[in-house]
Design a binder for this molecule. Structure first.
Ligand code: UDP
Ligand code: MG
Length: 249
């Protein structure tokens, strides 16, 4: 694309086995952004799907090659890596993320953009009435409290991926990819003005959540070891104590 044709918005969407949701998602996304009068592109990352997701994405790309761009992973690397693959390719001034499963309504995107235009670096959705099971919400509550402490920015909902970023923040995140894969936490280490606004949240109508208990634990472990020296300090302290006890004996 010529520089003059660069889109204003880049939407990044990770996709892992979402064949039932993709067509409706794309239709609603395109309608919303067109009606709001934005120039936009969407980058879908297929995170090693085993269903018809890639086939459907290819079809969307063929129908609209300038605005629908695709990345395909050879196997499943996880949601945050999939978003990063999109981040590396964005061309817009404003970068948006959302889930592919329609739990984050695309109709909320213009609200995020309007908020960002008030002068914020990052606008994060906050799922005020989250439509997930207690077993899914409880670990998230713990993650939110820990993340707020570790990152030093208090947020009600670190797990919501319905978010908007200024391009500079995304560029900064791209430059330090290896630190951690937890995007909302990483963004907060670069952003000056962050704001949370309430967004709608729907039940997952098709397909199943890809986050089991073990996956959440792993994500949180990444988070704590990537953003804080506290775990290393605790282990060192424990080591010293054991050494002292040994000496005493
Ligand atoms: N996802 C992905 N790779 C994964 C797991 C999830 O790309 O390994 C995508 C998934 O397709 C969806 C988003 O990340 O677009 C959120 O996943 P999910 O809805 O399963 O998570 P939950 O809503 O339960 O937090
Ligand atoms: Mg979901």
């Amino acid at each position: 694309m010529e520089a003059s044709q660069q889109p204003y918005l880049s939407v990044v969407i990770p996709v892992f086995n979402e064949e039932e949701n993709l067509l409706e998602l794309h239709a609603r996304l395109a309608t919303t952004l067109d009606q709001a009068g934005y120039t936009w592109e969407v980058i879908y990352t297929d995170d090693g799907s085993r269903d018809r997701s890639w086939e459907l994405l290819t079809r969307l790309h063929e129908q609209d090659p300038d605005r629908v761009r695709l990345v395909r992973f050879n196997r499943n690397f996880g949601q945050h890596m999939a978003v990063f693959a999109g981040f590396e390719r964005v061309r817009g001034e404003v970068v948006l993320t959302l889930d592919a499963d329609l739990q984050n309504p695309p109709e909320e995107l213009p609200k995020l953009v309007a908020k960002l235009e008030e002068g914020y670096d990052v606008v994060s959705g906050w799922r005020q009435s989250r439509q997930d099971s207690v077993l899914r919400k409880l670990p998230s509550y713990v993650v939110n409290r820990i993340t707020s402490r570790v990152v030093g920015v208090d947020m009600k909902d670190y797990g919501c991926m319905l978010r908007a970023y200024r391009r500079e923040i995304v560029d900064a995140m791209n430059a330090c990819q290896e630190t951690s894969s937890f995007i909302p936490a990483l963004a907060n280490t670069f952003a000056r003005d962050v704001v949370e606004i309430p967004v709608d949240h729907s039940e997952r109508l098709a397909g199943t959540s890809k986050y089991g208990f073990m996956r959440l634990i792993r994500l949180n472990f990444d988070l704590m070891t990537g953003f804080s020296v506290l775990p290393i300090q605790l282990v060192s302290l424990l080591g010293s104590l054991v050494a002292l006890v040994g000496l005493a004996f």
